[in-house]
Design a protein around this ligand. Sequence first.
Ligand SMILES: [Zn+2]
Length: 225
Amino acid sequence: MKSTRITENVTQLTRAHFVNAYLVREVDGLTLVDTTMRGAAETLVAAASEAGGPITRIALTHGHGDHVGSLDALAEKLGDSVEVLMPELDARIHAGEKVVEGKLPGSWPEVRTRPGVRLTSGDRVGSLEVIASPGHTPGHVSFLDTRDRVLIAGDVYTTYGKAAVTSHFYVRFPFAAMATWDKQKDLESARALRALDPAVLVVGHGPAIRAPAAAMDEAIARANR
Ligand SMILES: [Zn+2]
């Protein structure tokens, strides 16, 4: 697993060259945002120790398998010392509820861990503000670090080569669009995230973009075509 320091408080962990999780430093330990695919629990815990703290919270951007894949193993390993937070609608989907009509695209593997907190817009996770950004999945959320406006945007955008909204096919990373549930909502969320004027954009798939306003504007313009 590759570890990249994004800011003083945020470290990007990249697995298999294509999927990211994030460690966010708080006064009481680290928040792990997303868990990548199955099989990463050991390396995520090791990366957290290296970053200087225990994982005290696991917050998920959405319920897809490449984000919740190592959740059960981590919850088992860390036990009651860790709080698990998942977006409301995606948590209900994982609990077996039918929350939307029709088939949900993307991978929704069996997850045994039930989150202690179901996230909705405006909630706080330490220094992170929860921003509703539905579309890629029904409950998808993003996290804005209120200390320095780093935006963890999950799968609303990808950033291979350039920023792209996951509402439309993008040749550098087509899987994200294939897994997107509601393309119109996803594009609206991309606009809402742009309006936050983040200082740094980080995502589930691809490298960080600093001062991302122009890159996000171009991505939205291409998605609009
Ligand atoms: Zn996804």
